[in-house]
Ligand binder design. Sequence first.
Ligand code: ADP
Ligand code: MG
Length: 240
Amino acid sequence: MYQVRSLYKSFGTFQALKSIDLTVPTGSTTVLIGPSGSGKSTLLRCLNLLEPINEGSILFNNQEIGTVVRDAYRIRRQVAMVFQNFELFQHLSAVENIMLAPMKVKGVPRLEAHDRALALLEKVRIPDKADSYPDELSGGQQQRVAIARALAMDPMAMLYDEPTSALDPEMIREVLDVMTELSQGGMTSICVTHELAFARRAADQIVFMEQGEVVEARPTEQFFSGTGSPRTRAFLDQIL
Ligand code: ADP
Ligand code: MG
């Protein structure tokens, strides 16, 4: 689905991404790990066309999107992003949060959007929270509403940026379980996360980044076999 070649991204004189190569097959799950400041969020933002790139190429379903901004709006609609802080609309209930984009952007009729939203709440395992407002939900529930809201646009891919980092430990699992289920159901997923148990279970490949570079990108089994680069092992030792 994605083929990134020699991608460079800078902010002023600061090189945030250097010579990034990355292949994300359709239906696969990629976990991005690496220290803070290594460029993980910037890479996700480039993939979602939220940041322009300086050099290189991003093919999305064989179409060049790195340098062509003409279609940015249409492409961005095909890829959903889930953030650390949920970013739900506080004045809308769970079901309304999920209905909004399909109605506004796709013109889906209200009743149909409502039915679909309820089905999605079922999928993320909180069917009873349809009429709750974000401040009445736990962090884990809010993040699952955010995932349901992302799915409501029928994305071709899901990009997650540390989706469980703001959650209390007992809520992390319920969010990861939903992500695992989606991933195993064939949703192309790219997740920035330090949850290695999730990575082992759900990921097809692990990409380790440091200082704006991909140090290592390997199939999950190989990645955890302990034969990786010393930099990767040093990082894993820190977070394990
Ligand atoms: P990560 O998500 O791995 O923690 P980021 O992609 O957020 O890393 O950031 C990578 C580097 O780029 C950091 O040094 C950060 O300060 C810098 N950076 C990110 N966004 C901007 C920006 N909009 N302007 C300037 N520098 C930025
Ligand atoms: Mg980040």
